[in-house]
Design a protein around this ligand. Structure first.
Ligand SMILES: Nc1ncnc2c1ncn2[C@@H]1O[C@H](COP(=O)(O)OP(=O)(O)OP(=O)(O)O)[C@@H](O)[C@H]1O
Length: 296
């Protein structure tokens, strides 16, 4: 059986009155590349921080490599890039990598690591003088400095341009191909599609879906069909409907079917527009009508 590297069992977390995460369970098994997808405030960072032992759950339990995540011996096998990192501005890039690597018994080859993350050219520069994208790449590279078995990356490509983002995806794929296990969070389905095999969707602090990319794409790949029309008949597959300034907006998982039925109904309409929804819109449509999650 494949080894479970990290496990959250019915973990919840609240910050004062705010319920960041409702009781949620997640197992990360050796060799997986999991994408944790969700809109702003869904609870992604909270779950990652609980798994890494940076925060304690309000209820439930977390194990990392079979024990408590706060245990230093276990953390040596974990690499992590939080959403926000503060890097020492006066250290040179290579010094920073050496400093972090020194905390681990097993170390990545520094020059290879810098090459992999496109940092060779800035290796002798002080971090304070680097661009935001370069700093972000260093922060992500540092997660790999101790040759971890498991890497948790919280929005690793935020602030990166297209080229840097693709280079980072390649580095993550290489690590995975070499047997590494990865959990990364993102707002972007595109990013998750490029990397992950298993996708966990978080929304309003709970898991809405956990499955293959195809199953999740069907769920969040909804479209918004907008039109100007009078009274509309009942149309198939409408997840939500709203009228604004005389325009009707319908959210659906099958825009083709909806439009075919619309034409067939012979209702007059104009200015038909179909566009991909944002992740936020998709989640709102999916969770519309559902009861608010119970307080913890
Ligand atoms: N330290 C904190 N104190 C108070 N509330 C917090 C704290 N950290 C997170 N929250 C709240 O918990 C909820 C979940 O936040 P979290 O950062 O886990 O979401 P996220 O999915 O990572 O969002 P984003 O994509 O915007 O980073 C939000 O409502 C957030 O405001």
């Amino acid at each position: 059986m494949t080894e479970t590297l990290a496990s959250a069992v019915e973990v919840s977390r609240r910050y004062g009155e705010v319920v960041a995460l409702n009781p949620t369970s997640l197992d990360i098994r050796a060799g997986e590349l999991i994408g944790l997808l969700g809109p702003n405030g869904a609870g992604k960072s909270t779950l990652v921080n609980l798994l890494a032992g940076l925060r304690r759950p309000s209820s439930g339990s977390v194990t990392l490599f079979g024990g408590p995540p706060a245990d230093p011996a276990r953390r040596r096998e974990l690499g992590m890039t939080p959403q926000e990192t503060g890097l020492p501005p006066t250290l040179r890039v290579r010094e920073c990598v050496d400093f972090v690597a020194a905390h681990f018994s097993s170390r990545a080859d520094r020059d290879e690591l810098l090459e992999r993350f496109g940092l060779t050219e800035v290796r002798d520069r002080q971090i304070g003088g680097l661009s935001g994208g370069q700093k972000r790449r260093i922060a992500v590279a540092l997660a790999f400095a101790g040759r971890p078995r498991l890497v948790l990356l919280d929005e690793p490509t935020t602030g990166l341009d297209v080229e840097a983002r693709r280079a980072l995806w390649d580095a993550i794929r290489d690590f995975h191909a070499d047997g590494g296990t990865v959990l990364l969070t993102s707002h972007y389905l595109e990013e998750i599609e490029a990397l992950a095999q298993r996708v966990v969707v978080l929304g309003k602090g709970r898991v809405l879906a956990d499955g293959t990319l195809a199953s999740v794409r069907g769920m969040v790949g909804v479209r918004r069909v907008s039109l100007t029309a009078g009274h509309l008949p009942e149309l198939p597959g409408v997840l939500s409907s709203a009228t604004e300034d005389g325009r009707t907006h319908l959210v659906t998982a099958d825009a083709d079917l909806l439009v075919r039925e619309l034409v067939r109904s012979e209702v007059p309409f104009s200015d038909l527009e179909i566009r991909a929804t944002t992740l936020e819109e998709a989640f709102l449509a999916i969770t519309a009508g559902e009861a608010e999650p119970a307080a913890v």
